[in-house]
Design a protein around this ligand. Sequence first.
Ligand SMILES: [Zn+2]
Length: 111
Amino acid sequence: MNIKELLEGVITQQDLLNYYNATIIYETTPDGINGFIFNYDGVFFIIINKYLSYYRKKKTILHELAHLELNQLGQIDDDLFAFKIDRYEDEADGYIKFILKNIEEAKNGII
Ligand SMILES: [Zn+2]
C-alpha cells in the first residue's frame, strides 16, 4: 500500500494509516505549523492543526504520510520533529507532486 494508491482511490486513508500503524490526532499546533509526525512506541502519530480547512487538512496529512513513505523518520536521530528539517520538507512536498503528476500523465496516456 502507498500514497499513490490512496490518491488513485484504490485504497482509503484509513487503509493506509492501518498499514503504517499510524493514527491522526487533530489538535492545536504551534504557530505556522500545519502538522507534524513522530513515532512513539512503534505507533506513528500524525498531529494535524484542527483549525485548518478540510482541504488543507487532507494536504497536510498527505505531506506527513510522505515523510513516512520516504522513510525520513528513521533518518532523524536526535530531532523528533521532522518538520524542522527543510530538506525533508521539500522532499515530502516534491514526492506528493511527483505522484500527482504521474497519476495525471497515466490518465492522459503519457506513461
Ligand atoms: Zn513535513
